[in-house]
Design a protein around this ligand. Sequence first.
Ligand code: COS
Length: 383
Amino acid sequence: MIRDPDTIKQLVDTIERFVRERLVPAENQLAEEARLPDDILEEMKALGLFGLTIPEEYGGLGLTMEEEMLVAIALGRTSPAFRSIMGTNNGIGSAAIVFAGDEAQKEKYLPKYASGEWISCFCLTEPDAGSDAASLKTTAIRDGDHYILNGTKRYITNAAVANTFNVMARTDPGIKGARGISSFIVERDTPGISLGTVDKKMGQAGSMTCDVIFEDCAVPAQNLIGAEGEGFKTAMQVLDRGRLHISGVSVGVAERLIADALEYAMQRKQFGQPIAEQQLIQAMLADSQTECYAAKCMAMETARQRDAGGNVTMESSACKYFATEMVGRVADRAVQIHGGAGYMSEYAVERFYRDVRLFRLYEGTSQIQQLVIARNMIKEAAG
Ligand code: COS
C-alpha cells in the first residue's frame, strides 16, 4: 500500500530512539546473559516489531519492502541478536504462510505472530543438507488426514522458544530433488517433537539456535502450506526476501561500526594529534563509508524493484553477497582503528566483529549467493 511518508518516518524515528535509548544500553546485558531481557521483549511487541511485514488485515504493520529496509537499517545499529527473534518471526518464520498459505492458516497464525504471542521459526537446514537444501531428508508421509514427519533440522533460530515450526519435508521420497519437497506448519505441542540443546556460538549471544527432531510426528493435513511438491520454491521465495532483509541489517551494523570507529579516531591521540588526522586511518574510514553507502543504495533499489512487482532473486543475492562481505570488512577496519583496544571486550567493536561473521553464512553462504547470481545471468543470456 502507499503510505503517508510522515507515518513511516515517525515509525523509523521511534525505532531509532528505541535502539538508542533502550537497546544500545542493554547490549552488554544481552551478551552476558545470552537471553533477551523480558522488559525489552515486551516493548518490542508493543512497538509492533513482531508484525512489521505481516499484512495489516492480520494484525501486522504490512510494511512494503522499502519501508522494511529502513526499519532493518535502524535495528542494525545495535546487537543483531535483538533483531533476531522478531526478525525471524515476521520474516522467514511466517513468510511462507503470507506467500502461499490458505485463508484459514493466515487467520489462525498470522495475528498471533504479529502480536508476538506466538514465535515462529524456519526449518530448512539439516545435518546433511546445508547449502544443498534440496537434498533434505526429513520425510512427511501422508497417512489418512495427517502427514507423519521424521527427521532432524539443524541450527534453527528461535526453535528453543518457538510455538510453530515452518518445516520443509519430503512428501515424495521417490523424487530426490526439490520437487519432492513440501512446506508445513507444525505446532510445538504436537507429539513427536523434541529439541536439542541450545548451540554454543561464536557470537550473537541471545539469538538461540538448536536442533529440532521429529519422530513419527503426526501433523494435520490442513497444515500443508500450498500444494504438495511446492515447498522448496516457496522456501526459496522466503529466502529471496530474507536475504534482502539481512542486507539492510548489514548496512545498519556497518553504520554503527563506522560511527564507533570515527568517534574513537577523533578522541584517541597518538603522535600529538587525534588519529583521525592520520591519512591511513582516514583511508579506512573512507573505504568503509563508501562501501556501506554502495550496499545501502543496492538494497534500497532492490527493495523498490520488489515492491514494484519485479523478480529480484538475482539482485537479492547480489545485495546479500555484497552487504554481508562489506560489513565483514567494515568490522575488521573498526577493530583495526581501535588498535589493541579493539581486541578488548570492553569495546563494542570486538563483539560486533564476531556477530557479523554469521551474516556471510546464514540464509545462504556468500558462495551460494555467487552461484545464484551466476546461474541467473546464464539463464537470462540463454533466453
Ligand atoms: N524463487 C522461486 N523458485 C525458485 C527460486 C526462487 N528464488 N530458486 C529456485 N527456484 C525453483 C527452481 O525454479 C526450480 O524449480 P523447477 O524444478 O520447477 O524448475 C526449483 O526451485 C529448484 O531450483 P534449483 O534447480 O535451482 O535447485 P538447486 O538444488 O540446484 O539449488 C540453491 C538451489 C543452491 C539456490 C538452494 O539450494 C539454496 O538457496 N541453498 C542455500 C540454502 C540456504 O540458504 N540455507 C540457509 C538456511 S535458512 S537460515
